[in-house]
Design a protein around this ligand. Structure first.
Ligand SMILES: Nc1ncnc2c1ncn2[C@@H]1O[C@H](COP(=O)(O)OP(=O)(O)OP(=O)(O)O)[C@@H](O)[C@H]1O
Length: 322
């Protein structure tokens, strides 16, 4: 059995809506339907999808906050709904949009409270705190009340709070949202290190650079279903994705006309042109065709833009999955 395992998991919300003065109707929202996947111990997996895809609902079920309407779910062998408190000792959660720290207390006191809540032995607490403070550069901030911290500083505090009890699994929901470039780099470096030490990480983010830099595996979810599960490279080579051949010609030229590619951009009088072609196809025949008919001086191939590929993937999924 995988470390995190979901089998046919569904979650339906019933929403009561007022229609007219006396009538109310019940609408069903299927947040997650038939979700099946496994994550092995020690993996770091990107869990991405458009707004409303069902990501938060999944994480809430994995932490035991929500109960699935159907299906089976296990985290580290534990059923989150039945043993939520026991599971809490083994997982850490960071929600980028809201803090779990105490607003009026200095950062240091928030960490002490976390120690008491999780009953963390003093030596383990000190060792973990020391490492986080050091790597996340929190030393000068320990006596600052949380409300006075910048978003990036607060986020680093939240990540620390989630790791003090040595969780085996870490769920991260938008851990770099709103951070400046330096804070993002610090947080990413730290998360890579946390994962390298053996913590299993499920990372939800809209910043695809987080995924590119941290995750070998990515799951794309849309309308409550997994629509892609694999490496980022596979996503770049998936249906509809395109690579671009950039060609430099010896002089002005009309739009290049060759089979299997189309000009998407021309610079100057056509000395430089960009040709899009399916990502899964080899560039060699295309290069040969261009070289035969045009005065080719230089060329390069660009991989598909990952944002673009994912946008296509989202659009390609039918709105009403059956
Ligand atoms: N408590 C609730 N009651 C009713 N509907 C809900 C509830 N929670 C979520 N939903 C609906 O379930 C669907 C999935 O929502 P969810 O929050 O899981 O998406 P998400 O992928 O996390 O989105 P985002 O990227 O915006 O956070 C949406 O249609 C949402 O409106």
């Amino acid at each position: 059995m995988a470390f995190i395992e979901l089998e046919g998991v569904e979650k339906t919300f019933t929403v009561r809506r007022k229609r007219g003065r006396f009538t109310r109707t019940k609408d069903e929202v299927r947040a997650v339907e038939g979700l099946t996947f496994g994550v092995e111990r020690g993996e770091m997996v990107g869990y991405i999808g458009p707004n409303g895809a069902g990501k938060s609902t999944t994480v809430k079920m994995l932490t035991g906050i929500l109960t699935p309407s159907a299906g089976r779910l296990r985290v580290a062998g534990v059923d989150p709904q039945k043993e939520r408190v026991r599971l809490a000792q083994r997982i850490g959660v960071v929600f980028g949009q809201r803090t779990t720290l105490w607003w009026d207390l200095p950062l240091r006191d928030s960490f002490t409270l976390v120690r008491r809540i999780y009953r963390i032995p003093q030596d383990r607490f000190e060792e973990n705190l020391g490492r986080c403070v050091d790597q996340l550069e929190l030393g000068p901030l320990l006596d600052t009340p949380v409300r006075q911290l910048s978003l990036g500083q607060r986020m680093r505090g939240d990540i620390t709070a989630a790791l003090l009890h040595d969780p085996e699994v870490l769920y991260l929901d938008e851990p770099t949202i709103g951070l400046d470039i330096l804070s993002k780099a610090t947080v990413r470096r730290f998360l890579a290190e946390v994962n390298a030490r053996g913590t299993t990480v499920l990372l939800t983010t809209h910043d695809l650079q987080d995924i590119e830099q941290l995750c070998r595996r990515v799951m794309v979810i849309d309308h409550g279903r997994v629509v892609y599960d694999g490496g980022l490279e596979g996503l770049q080579g998936s249906d509809g994705a395109e690579r671009t051949l950039v060609v430099d010609l010896a002089g002005p030229s009309p739009a290049i006309d060759v089979d299997g590619a189309r000009v998407v951009r021309r610079e100057g009088d056509g000395e430089r042109q960009w040709l899009a072609f399916p990502a899964g196809r080899s560039a060699a025949p295309l290069v040969a065709a261009v070289a035969e008919r045009y005065p080719l001086v230089d060329l390069s191939v660009r991989e598909p833009d990952i944002e673009d590929v994912i946008a296509r993937l989202y659009r390609g999924v039918p709105a009403q999955a059956t």
